[in-house]
Design a protein around this ligand. Structure first.
Ligand code: 9MJ
Length: 689
């Protein structure tokens, strides 16, 4: 919810009388608090952000006319306090606890067993099960229902007073709802940085070449430690509440889960995934469910927490020094790990690109063991300041392949050595070259290099290219090593007699493979162009070329200029295509493929200008739920649009998917038309894009 306040004195109405103003101020505050609650605590907004802002402006206007009616808990008073010079200290009247950790189902079983032994019972025990938010623990103090103080956990006994910053977090009510709250109520929970907002912030920082934050937790901690609360306000922090501390002048329910429900009723934000489960088995099921949902949440969690639900049993169990006996955190496998870079090897790709690959001391990251990972290119190695022998941090985010994110330079051993690009191709021994202006180093030997041959044949057979099932990496390696296949066209000359001589190739699998090879002859022009493996020609560019030329023959004779005239093809790509299609060895492979019977239906070439989106420039940003980025791009291009990677004042329209970031923000600033995925689908369907 955006809560910026714009004062427009020139259109201020005549001053209302004080009594009427007081009533209206109260009405507006109640209404705003109610909508804040619907938006943040229940995630069910009933009005738009613009309507919310209008109400907030009305309230602000009235408070400007009657400043003595302003109170601390007014929704207008979140931001605006003068910057501090330092934070003062806060002593927690009741210590803020930390949690004991469990690292596996066995630890959880032990925890439940210990509890039953202490309570001398073999009756089932109910646990409140909560996601463990990876943020910053914060205490909120309410007196008479008004928010009066926010504090960090600190060492558990003494924290810092961050009241001004906490006030700016829209998800935290400045006034509790209802009237049955205790006179003094301390609520505890975790302030966090929503993942989408975190990514947006880092994207913006990167664009301005400013420092980025390593992860949402650090970013939340950094945002809460700002002496100027306007900075905190700009960050879009949020909070989940998960327990109470000090309570006086009122009663709370007898179960933890009911206390959470009560907190929610007072307008505080409680995680919606909290459930009550019984015994170790129920807890483990909860763990698995939450683990499987982890990547779809807009906040980071590093485990789940199990708490004995009955407060009387919690009291009976008591505490150790800093951790309660009645709770445990079952941690997820860490998504970050530290290991040693043993070596860097270089792999040769389809286009000869020499890619550095890290050989790591095997380490568990997010539940999988990793021992290799790509380092992308030499610029990345330089950026990381990486040397062989270094201790490195490996991180895995979601289901992404783990990567080296930083080097612990302080741990660098004396024997560390620099990573050097080999002068000769590790596969064929030819010279390695770096074309000016390019990041990558390449083997200069083209298809005479066995590694490039293997990769180009593997690419040719891959699913989005000729889709030859069964012709995977291992088989391609064997075929090239045995000198049976030198180029993609040779695949169509394979025979059963030759294939059965290979390792693990029975007549039946040879037969299946030959059938798949035969079936692949009937293909489409975009697939064929993509299968050729021209540098910079991915699936969507291949579609573009097919659409423009309709058949292969006109593409083969196209000039660089004509290629460049196609929307979305720039001079670099045009040059790569032109070079590829003028090299004799490539042309002879193309001829051989056609002679072997590879064919496709001719497409109707399209005239860019006549199509519905002819002359328009579109930008895709964020994640689309029903289309891949390439597919959306290709379909827009089919309707004549140019699809660009960046927003400018010449952009016609931006399609904003989920978690859209800086491009969306820029489009908003420039006033460019923005549509969502549903609008895009409607447009595509209407015009058969
Ligand atoms: C987190 N971090 O989400 C507790 N926590 O309870 C939850 N932390 C906690 N509970 C007592 N859900 C001490 C800490």
């Amino acid at each position: 919810m955006i809560s910026c306040i714009v004062i427009q004195p020139e259109i201020m109405p005549a001053k209302p009388d004080r009594v009427a103003a007081e009533a209206e101020i109260k009405r507006l505050r109640d209404e705003l608090n109610h909508h804040n609650y619907l938006y943040h605590a229940l995630d069910e907004p009933a009005i738009t952000d613009a309507e919310f802002d209008r109400l907030l402006r009305n309230l602000n206007d009235l408070e400007t006319l009657f400043p003595d009616l302003i109170s601390d808990d007014s929704p207008t008073q979140r931001v605006g306090a003068a910057p501090l010079s330092a934070f003062s200290q806060v002593s927690h009247e009741l210590p803020m606890l930390s949690l004991d950790n469990a690292f596996g189902a066995d630890d959880v079983q032990d925890f439940v067993r210990r509890i039953k032994t202490r309570l001398q019972t073999d009756q089932p025990i109910e646990f409140a099960c909560e996601p463990k938010i990876d943020g910053v623990a914060v205490s909120l103090l309410y007196e008479g229902g008004r928010f009066v103080r926010g504090a960090t956990r600190g060492d558990g006994s003494v924290g810092e007073d961050i009241t001004q910053n906490v006030r700016t977090i829209d998800a935290i009510p400045l006034r509790l709802m209802g009237d049955d709250y205790p006179d003094r109520l301390e609520v505890r929970g975790e302030v966090y940085f929503p993942v989408a907002a975190f990514r947006r912030m880092n994207e913006r920082a990167e664009a301005r070449q400013e420092r980025t934050f390593a992860n949402p937790r650090n970013a939340a901690a950094g945002s809460l430690r700002q002496l100027d609360s306007r900075i905190t306000a700009s960050r879009g922090l949020s909070m989940f509440c998960y327990s109470v501390g000090l309570v006086s002048g009122g009663e709370l329910p007898a179960r933890h889960s009911e206390i959470l429900a009560r907190l929610r009723g007072w307008g505080l934000r409680v995680n919606p995934l909290v459930e009550v489960r019984t015994d170790a088995r129920g807890c483990s099921e909860f763990y698995e469910t939450i683990l499987s949902r982890r990547d779809s949440l807009d906040y980071e969690i590093d485990g789940v927490v199990f708490k004995v639900d009955r407060i009387d049993l919690q009291q009976e169990l008591g505490m150790l020094t800093r951790t309660p006996r009645w709770a445990v955190a079952h941690k997820f496998p860490p998504e970050e790990a530290i290991t040693v870079l043993r070596d860097v090897e270089f792999q040769v790709g389809r286009t000869g690109a020499i890619t550095p690959v890290a050989r790591l001391e095997p380490v568990q990251v997010g539940g999988v063991t990793i021992s290799n990972t790509t380092l992308h290119n030499m610029d990345e190695i330089e950026r990381l300041n990486l040397m062989v022998g270094d201790t490195v941090v490996v991180q895995r985010a979601g289901d992404v392949i783990p990567k080296v994110v930083s080097v612990l330079v302080g741990e660098r051993p004396d024997h560390a050595r620099a990573v050097v690009v080999p002068a000769h191709c590790p596969a064929c021994g030819a010279d390695v070259v770096r074309i000016e202006g390019e990041v990558v180093y390449r083997c200069s030997n083209g298809l005479a290099c066995a590694a490039q041959r293997k990769e180009s044949i593997r690419h040719f057979a891959s699913r989005l290219a000729m889709d030859i099932e069964g012709l995977g990496e291992k088989l391609v390696n064997q075929l090239v090593d045995a000198d049976m296949v030198h180029n993609p066209a040779d695949v169509y000359g394979l025979t059963e007699e030759a294939l059965v001589l290979l390792d693990r190739m029975a007549p039946k699998s040879a037969g299946n493979l030959l059938q798949a090879i035969e079936a692949s002859k009937h293909t489409t022009l975009p697939r064929f162009i993509y299968a050729l493996g021209i540098q910079e020609v991915g699936e969507s560019t291949a579609r573009l070329l097919a659409l423009h030329f309709g058949d292969l023959a006109p593409l083969l004779v196209a000039s660089e200029q004509e290629l460049q005239s196609i929307a979305d093809i720039g001079p670099i790509v045009a040059a790569k295509i032109h070079t590829f299609l003028t090299e004799e060895h490539n042309l002879s492979v193309i001829r051989a493929l056609q002679e072997a019977g590879v064919h496709w239906p001719v497409e109707t070439p399209a005239d860019d200008g006549e199509r519905i989106l002819g002359g328009e420039t579109w930008v895709l940003t964020g994640t689309l739920a029903t289309l891949t980025r390439d597919e959306a791009k290709a379909r827009l291009i089919k309707l004549g649009a140019k699809v660009s990677g960046s927003v400018s004042k010449n952009t016609t329209c931006v399609v904003a998917g989920d978690a859209a970031g800086s491009k969306l923000a820029k489009a908003e600033t420039l006033g460019v038309r923005i549509i969502n995925e549903a609008d895009l689908l409607m447009l595509l369907e209407r015009h058969d894009g």
